[in-house]
Design a protein around this ligand. Structure first.
Ligand code: FAD
Length: 475
């Protein structure tokens, strides 16, 4: 009787899953998920991602069970676990979605060799992305370093796969031992910091589909404008679902492409291509999570200021738009894209702290933490990545707040101690006259911090540091 292993990775779904469809051609199937913290090292799933993973695996296991197969959970080095499981199950083939993280690419090479030696095939399917990241190349065959032409190439070439329905029945293999999900302790216990995450998200394929439906129905039209307003529900919030592959990129693209044409639709499809671009960069620069792509930035005279880093992490910098974002992140595991840019810029430029420190904090606290998108975006903000914002273009957090959160709704919802300040001062409470502060019930330095750095001085210090590494004036 033919048997296939289906190794779930960043494709925790049953519909539109080409690896599952291929595995189902065998008579029996053994679905498995491997928690391999060792191989990922410092970039293993962080706290918020682990919380998400628990919910996602529980949902997937339930769906598989309903169809007749048990999800096998194994923990350890995938190089050992997968070939051993394949032998144990008497499998002819292992199917998986293609992976892009450097450690999984390396593991895949070894697993391929080990399986081949035992006469077992290892098939990887395009699943997480629109393209294999090496497929899109310039005319001369080199990788793209600029988003614009990369995006155009994707638009020209991408045609999403037709829908692959979830299988109705699966024939599993009995007697294969697995770990208990609870035994992996992916959920926080003491203290339980995940209340806000539970209230904000529904991990799993059903939650992903629901989120996509709401977005397409209510926000796609007008997304081009509302995507920059953090106080509204103007974006899809699909990022954690896409990261774990609870919904296929093909399904998201199809749903948007089938909607009425307009600026909102075009802007959204372009954002999906940013995700693709980040994966393309990581594929060609596996060092990207740790080292700047522009070498001169390795000489940046970063400050060592643990108190400032902590204030930023806790949303206590005294800059309301930054604090609102950092608190949104802590409470819900997600932060609006515009505010990610502002908060990251404040850390790197105004505080002159290394982008890697911010990247690591995001990796631990984001439910959508994604090695490619996170590292490419941090490098983009820092000015040291591909197609990056120039270093000397420094976001003014007060003006950003006034422009994108004009009425202060976003700040008020995450920094409630400022709620009674008039709109005019909500983004710069230190500029408010004493009488206004008093009436709003705020004593600066007591109820809410004074800015940990003066925005103007922080900007000048950042520019001076940049001039030093460039050896010339930046402006
Ligand atoms: P939407 O606006 O609805 O966009 C739809 C999808 O397109 C997103 O779900 C995402 O998959 C993709 N996308 C949108 N913008 C970007 C972008 N700039 N780069 C890459 N993909 C994008 N995104 C992550 O998925 N994981 C991360 O770890 C991550 N870290 C970031 C760190 C920083 C410093 C910054 C500035 C951005 C980061 N982003 C990251 C990109 C972006 O902020 C999020 O993808 C977006 O906010 C997710 O919200 P959404 O699903 O509502 O996005």
């Amino acid at each position: 009787m033919s048997t296939s292993i289906l190794w779930f990775r960043n494709d925790l779904r049953l519909a539109d899953n080409p690896a599952l469809a291929a595995a189902c051609e065998a008579e029996r199937i053994v679905p498995v998920f491997v928690l391999d913290d060792e191989a990922a090292g410092a970039w293993r799933a962080g706290g918020a991602s682990r919380w998400w993973l628990h919910g996602s695996l529980a949902a997937l296991a339930h769906e598989l069970e309903q169809r007749g197969a048990t999800l096998v959970l194994r923990r350890g080095d995938a190089r050992r676990v997968i070939p051993a499981l394949a032998r144990e199950a008497g499998a002819d083939a292992v199917h998986a979605g293609r992976a892009h993280e450097p450690w999984l690419r390396a593991a895949d090479r070894d697993i391929d060799a080990a399986l081949k030696a035992g006469g077992i095939a290892f098939h990887r399917h395009r699943s997480a992305l629109m393209f294999g990241p090496e497929e899109i190349a310039t005319r001369s065959g080199t990788p793209y370093g600029v988003y614009g032409p990369f995006s155009r190439a994707c638009f020209e070439r991408f045609s999403p796969r037709p829908h692959i329905p979830a299988p109705e029945k699966l024939r599993g293999v009995s007697g294969i031992r697995g770990d208990a999900l609870d035994g992996w302790h992916l959920l926080p216990r003491h203290p339980d910091w995940a209340g806000g995450l539970r209230g904000s998200w529904m991990p799993g394929e059903a939650g992903a589909r629901e989120r996509l439906g709401i977005f397409i129905g209510e926000a796609l039209d007008g997304y081009d404008a509302s995507r920059d307003e953090p106080g509204t529900s103007g974006t899809s919030m699909l990022s954690p679902h896409l990261h774990w592959g609870e919904i296929a990129i093909d399904a998201v693209w199809r749903a948007a492409a089938d909607a009425a044409p307009g600026a909102g639709r075009t802007a959204f499809l372009k954002e999906l291509i940013w995700r693709e671009f980040c994966a393309h960069l990581l594929w060609h620069h596996p060092e990207m999570p740790d080292a700047p792509l522009r070498g001169e930035f390795a000489r940046m005279p970063w400050r060592e200021a643990p108190d400032d880093l902590r204030a930023w992490q806790r949303g206590m910098t005294g800059i309301p738009i930054v604090d609102a974002g950092m608190r949104q992140l802590w409470r819900t595991g997600w932060m609006h894209n515009r505010i990610r840019m502002v908060a990251a810029s404040f850390l790197i430029k105004h505080l002159l702290l290394p982008w890697q420190a911010g990247e690591a904090w995001f990796h631990d606290t984001l439910v959508d933490a994604d090695l490619a998108s996170n590292s490419a975006s941090w490098q983009w903000v820092a000015g040291c990545g591909a197609d990056a914002a120039p270093y000397f273009r420094i976001f003014n957090p007060v003006l950003q707040g006034r422009k994108f959160d004009a009425r202060g709704d976003y700040v008020r919802s995450f920094v409630p101690e400022l709620a009674r300040l008039p709109d005019r001062y909500i983004h710069a409470p230190w500029q408010a006259p004493d009488a206004v502060l008093k009436q709003a019930g705020i004593s600066l330095g007591q109820d809410y911090p004074r800015p940990i750095t003066d925005p103007g001085e922080g900007r000048d210090r950042a520019l001076a540091a940049f001039r030093r590494i460039r050896g010339r004036a930046a402006e």
